[in-house]
Design a protein around this ligand. Sequence first.
Ligand SMILES: Cc1ncc(COP(=O)(O)O)c(C=O)c1O
Length: 407
Amino acid sequence: MIDIGRLYSDRAGKMRKSEIRELLKVTQDPEIVSFAGGLPNPKSFPIDDLQDVVHNVLKNHGKAALQYGTTQGLRELRESIAKTSRKDGMDVDADDVIIVSGSQQGLDTVGKVFLNPGDTAIVGLPSYLGGINAYRSYEANLTGIPVDEEGMRIDILEETVKNLLKDDITPKFIYVVPTFQNPAGVVMPESRRKKLMDLACEHDLVIIEDDPYGKLRFDIDHIKPIKSFDDEGRVIYMSTFSKILAPGFRLAWMISSGELKRKMIICKQALDLCTNTFTQFIADDLMRSGSLDLHIMKIREMYKPKRDIMMSAMKQYFPDGYKCNKPKGGMFAWVTLPEGIDTETMFLDAIKNKVAYVHGKAFHVDGGGANSMRLNFSYSSDEQIEEGMERLANVIKQKLEANKAVA
Ligand SMILES: Cc1ncc(COP(=O)(O)O)c(C=O)c1O
């Protein structure tokens, strides 16, 4: 038998499976109500509209749409993205946009461009697991900064950055999801965004602003991205069609400029040559016709009541002592349970009771978050949310009883 492991690179040897992807396997069981994955609701996919668009793309652009494209991405789509980005407050033109095969590829590209083994990067506590995994695969040391109801704590960030610099450690970047954060669901207000930008300028740091959920807002006005306060090209902004159209398209974009943008394009050349050309044409058609904006409004209308059902079911069924702020948009609610409950071990009980979530520790680079969990409200039907929350409440109650018995 070949001992393949001895041939692996140090990097591959240290790679760990993604907890979320493993969990998604368990939740394939149709009897399980899954609050685990970050999945859009499949009913939101605009299948009928897409049939016409696919037909038109093939008819009008068939030869180009089925051909390799440039690594930076389809010019027309980059123009459409630049146009909406300007509406959102960013000073962007098509040259600043790189189309990527999912934001996940963008995160990996960032890791590849910036991180040597042992380098330090800064993430939130909690933080998006896919980001953590991407940076860890480049053997980075991840320093966590607590996230409160208004996102990353800038006061603690400032102190941490100063201490790192004092020790001659330059953090390579600060990774933030400022709007409807995955997993905590919180929004960083404009004042904090500006402070973060000022801090980055003062200490010559780079910010990775990951924004898949900004458009999925229910009861809050648009907040300008951090990138819109960036006059020095130190923010790499990224967003995706995954949550506003379809993750199966594997289509997202990054916004940056100058030398950094060129470096990322070179990096992407080795990753995939180019992003799916066909879906780029489709997305561009949807953006130009205005259908995507209408579609986003429909998604908001679909998800807002789901959020409400989840929140009121929580109130109705959960035992006292939990904490959960109502998310103003996005796809996730973040729940903190009483101390002493370990949501990682409770997960097995939850699965037995046919309900799933992601335990909080998975999102913490410091081993914290043991009594917290992330609940997705976009994927399940309204009835499943109600039923699933009742099941989950029972699992929590049993756990509390069991803990009491031991104490
Ligand atoms: C914060 C965040 N970044 C990136 C991604 C990856 O998105 P994509 O499907 O574009 O790769 C996700 C997906 O859930 C996410 O929540």
